[in-house]
Design a protein around this ligand. Structure first.
Ligand code: DUT
Length: 143
């Protein structure tokens, strides 16, 4: 098992828990009570900073039930936590947009994350033409 250091910014939220055999995504908790009005945007603190293993990043997405239960949409669709975001003050947050008035209790599980290997270093070379077969452009395969 990979050991990962986690700093908790507040008391009263559950510690991160890897549930073997169910899913390898790990739930994240709101670190404070949150009240939002319909149409409001808020950066909700998740109460943790995490020292990611070298060569990894984390992807943060909503739990499947978050919209149904709270009417919240993650404003950046998916959060990317870089390997370099790993210091004492690098608390994770989730940007949320409220589609209705909502109250969320501190410690509510609103998001989930997993870690992913970084892609290899890339070099981009400008060319006039590509050598691959043409697929027909955006939206060309059907309705
Ligand atoms: O949903 C998110 C997305 C990002 N982050 C943190 C981790 C990430 O490493 C850092 C910066 O994110 P990113 O590079 O995507 O944002 P930016 O808008 O380009 O900001 P920066 O100027 O800090 O790079 O913010 C979160 O806590 N939650």
């Amino acid at each position: 098992m990979e050991e990962i250091k986690v700093k908790y910014f507040v008391d009263g939220i559950d510690e991160l828990c890897y549930v073997a055999g169910k899913s390898d995504w790990i739930d994240l908790h709101a670190a404070e009570d949150v009240d939002m009005k319909a149409g409001e945007f808020r950066l909700i603190p998740l109460g943790v900073a995490i020292e990611l293993p070298e060569g990894y990043e984390a992807h943060v997405v909503p739990r499947s039930s978050t919209f149904k239960n709270y009417g919240l949409l993650q404003a950046n669709s998916m959060g990317v936590v870089d390997y370099t975001y790993r210091g004492d003050n690098d608390q994770w947050h989730v940007p949320m947009y409220a589609t209705r008035d909502v109250h969320i209790d501190k410690n509510t599980r609103i998001s989930q994350f997993r870690i992913m290997k970084n892609q290899p270093p890339l070099v981009f070379t400008r060319v006039e033409h590509l050598t691959g077969p043409d697929r027909g452009g955006f939206g060309s395969t059907g309705k």
